[in-house]
Design a protein around this ligand. Structure first.
Ligand SMILES: [Zn+2]
Ligand SMILES: [Zn+2]
Length: 374
């Protein structure tokens, strides 16, 4: 057996190194060896590279990937939905495995807060056998208990990874903060999470969606994904002006739901301001700890706000994301078009730096592609 190449984060803020790991000899029951076709670079990966979240090093990042089944361990016959699985099938998988036994898994049914949850591309030390637990590699070895999904032929891998964990994360958030039909929604931020939140709010029955963000290209995308009203933060740099614009769009009381997809703590005060009394404020963008802000909790009490956090997603949200893309070819095509930069594995570090500096578009690694970046 030949070795498997992977791009490895060995020290924070240092270039990714290409390392070769042994290919597993024999698969244990329940395992699956996947040849990685495409690995998305998520904004979280940039935070991981910067050392803003506690992860073990060395680390093979990559938690949103798709590929083809190369080998299956005993007992892996069907995917998470019960469809038959075979060698060569194109698949994706939920990035994490919850234990199913702890307080949050069993009693509170919030497996995204599982006490021992481990995520591919995040939680595994690459120096520990069997090494291959991230998407920035030619192959990934999925553990027994992984939620694997066969990708329908009509859903291109680029659509799925273009949507990435932003789509599954916003589907989870939408479930935690359900809309009533026809409600008004403000989405703060037009990055990948913001665009996905707009698409999901549209499907979930939003009556009117206001997107606050920029630059112009991203606002154009926001309109394509379903936003009815666009507010350019460059044109309206003041919070008061933005509030006036939002209230003009949604009516004099504010929005039924505001979804924060910015990641900057200051966005939280503005989001609260934009909610109507009794409305819902979903804080979805604060994935990395970006520090404290000063805010007045009196507003939460007085406005009777429902403030909702949401972290990651469960396998069923991956299922729903795939079904959404399968049903909506137009949306699928928009997500696929969002991928603007593609790199082979050898240039993984350049890919990461591109993602870090990019204001629009998505960067992916094609680990088994030998050609130069397109
Ligand atoms: Zn992610
Ligand atoms: Zn658990």
């Amino acid at each position: 057996l030949s070795g498997v190449r992977a791009a490895v984060l060995e020290a924070f803020e240092k270039p990714l190194e290409i390392r070769t790991y042994p290919e597993p000899n024999e698969l244990a029951p329940g395992e699956a060896l996947i040849s990685v076709e495409i690995a998305g670079i998520c904004g979280t990966d940039v935070h991981l590279w910067l050392g803003q979240l506690a992860i073990p090093l060395p680390n093979i990042m990559g938690h949103e990937s798709a590929g083809r089944i190369e080998r299956l361990g005993a007992g892996v016959e069907r995917d998470w939905r019960g469809e038959p699985l075979a060698i060569g099938d194109r698949v994706t998988w939920a990035s994490s495995i919850a234990c199913g036994e702890c307080f949050y898994c069993r009693v509170k049914r919030q497996p995204t807060r599982c006490l021992t949850r481990k995520a591919y591309g995040i939680s595994y030390r690459a120096s520990d056998a069997p090494h291959l637990r991230g998407g920035y590699a030619e192959k990934i070895l999925l553990r027994a208990g992984s939620a694997i999904f066969r990708i329908p032929d009509t859903v291109p891998s680029e659509a799925l990874i273009g949507a990435g964990c932003a789509l599954t994360t916003t589907i989870h958030a939408s479930e935690r903060a359900p809309l009533e039909w026809g409600e008004t929604v403000v989405v703060q931020g037009t990055g990948p999470v913001g665009l996905a939140a707009i698409a999901v709010a549209r499907v979930a029955g939003a009556g009117k969606i206001v997107a606050i963000g920029g630059p112009k290209l991203r606002l154009g995308l926001a309109r394509e994904f379903g936003a009815n009203v666009l507010i350019d933060i460059a044109e309206l740099p003041g919070i008061e002006a933005r509030r006036d614009a939002v209230f003009e769009a949604v009516g004099p009381y504010g929005a039924d739901q505001v979804i924060e997809c910015v990641g900057h703590p200051d966005a939280v005060n503005e989001g609260i301001l934009l909610c109507r009394d009794g409305g819902q404020f979903v804080v979805l963008g604060q994935y990395a700890d970006a520090g404290n802000i000063s805010f007045n909790p009196h507003t939460i009490t007085r406005k009777q706000l429902r403030v909702i956090g949401s972290w990651g997603f469960e396998p069923r949200h991956v299922d729903r994301a795939i079904r959404l893309l399968e049903r909506d070819a137009g949306l699928s095509e928009k997500f696929a078009r969002g991928i603007t930069h593609r790199f082979p594995l050898a240039r993984a570090d350049e890919a990461l730096q591109t993602a870090r500096n990019l204001t629009g578009g998505k960067t992916v690694i094609l680990p088994n592609e030998k050609a130069d970046a397109r």
